[in-house]
Design a protein around this ligand. Structure first.
Ligand SMILES: Cc1cc2nc3c(=O)[nH]c(=O)nc-3n(C[C@H](O)[C@H](O)[C@H](O)COP(=O)(O)O)c2cc1C
Length: 326
């Protein structure tokens, strides 16, 4: 797949997810077959004001490529300046037109932009003038069910020189409830002349295959389906190549969980690692024997040593219980 000049090896993209897809998560996921990953959304205002916390979101490594940098904001000049500031640090710049979070929407950014098409045009024109990197947008279906306008926003994006569009076909009001209406991705693909990326509700490899088939989208973007499941990308690739999806063994889950902690610890303090890794570890344990008890314990863990010990015990017992069951 190609987005402007950028070649992407696999048409499986890792979604930008604030609080989830930080550098360590991206480094963990990439070897499983991710063709393009994105930073968490980065505030253009924060960047231009020089905020350290905002700049941290741009942390990357040579093996964390190709990388899309996702910006959010509402002011054309600020977003253009943010493009100039980040363009040496990534391979593509994406504008967030989908975030439903109240604080973001109140400022006129994220999914609020679905309600202001003229502003979108001004922002994209300014961003396009500011950078030669591939420029993409990530949009929702519309603000609410009575204002489904993704085709209008997509048309504006194409006219302003955007190189690809990701559609998460839910409205802002829906948030993450209900189901993503993939037929809208198909509709956009039929109308658009640039690559279309489908996002929403891909939880297993079969889902990705169905989305590709039903919509003819150029790439699929995986989000929550990766929680505790970096094997999702590998299994999508397997199906694409006519092979079967293979579920990871309990031993493999244990190894990857420990590896995730090790990568996270490279970039973060022990305290932050313990707090942030709790959710990931609960996801790795999901569906296994004793997962509820493990969740309760891991959420009380105060050190890395304690976490590693709990992981060791949990996965050993889960493996034994599974062996006894079969
Ligand atoms: C915790 C979380 C954080 C997210 N953060 C972002 C973000 O920073 N930028 C963005 O464009 N979308 C964000 N999204 C939306 C996802 O990129 C994706 O479009 C959405 O979750 C639908 O895909 P899924 O059903 O595969 O998760 C976020 C979603 C979740 C669940």
């Amino acid at each position: 797949m190609k987005i402007k000049s950028l070649h992407i090896n696999h048409n499986i993209l890792l979604a930008p997810m604030a609080g989830i897809t930080d550098l360590s998560c991206r480094l963990l996921m990439r070897p499983f077959g991710i063709g393009l990953a994105f930073t968490e959304m980065v505030s253009a205002n924060g960047l231009v004001l020089g905020g350290d916390a905002t700049k941290c979101l741009l942390a990357s490594e040579p093996e964390d490529r190709p990388l899309g940098i996702q910006l959010f904001g509402e002011n054309p000049a600020t977003l253009a300046e943010a493009c100039r500031q980040v363009e040496a640090q990534g391979d593509l710049i994406d504008l967030n037109i989908g975030c439903p979070v109240k604080k973001v929407v109140r400022s006129g950014a994220g999914s609020a932009l679905m309600q202001t098409p003229q502003r979108v045009a001004k922002i994209l024109a300014a961003m396009r003038r500011a950078t030669d990197l591939p420029l993409t947008v990530k949009i929702r279906a519309g603000w609410d069910q009575t204002s489904i306008n993704f085709l209008e926003i997509a048309h504006i994006a194409e006219q302003e020189g955007v190189d690809a569009i990701t559609l998460h076909p839910r409205t802002r009001i829906q948030g993450f409830s209900g189901t993503a209406d993939w037929s809208l991705i198909g509709e956009l693909k039929r109308r658009a002349t640039i690559p279309i990326i489908g996002s929403g509700d891909i939880f297993d490899a079969e889902d990705a295959q169905r989305m590709s088939k039903e919509t003819s989208c150029d790439a699929v973007m995986i989000g929550r389906g990766c929680y505790g499941n970096p094997w999702l990308a590998k299994n999508i690739l397997a199906l694409q190549n006519g092979k079967s999806a293979v579920e990871p063994s309990i031993e493999e889950r244990r190894k990857v969980a420990l590896h995730h902690i090790a990568i996270f610890l490279r970039y973060n303090s022990e305290r932050k690692t313990v707090l942030d890794m709790r959710k990931h570890l609960c996801w790795y344990a999901k569906g296994l024997n004793g997962a509820a008890q493990f969740r309760a314990r891991i959420n009380q863990a105060c050190s890395i040593i304690e976490m590693r010990t709990l992981i060791q015990h949990f996965f050993e017992h889960a493996a034994m219980a599974t062996a006894e069951d079969s």
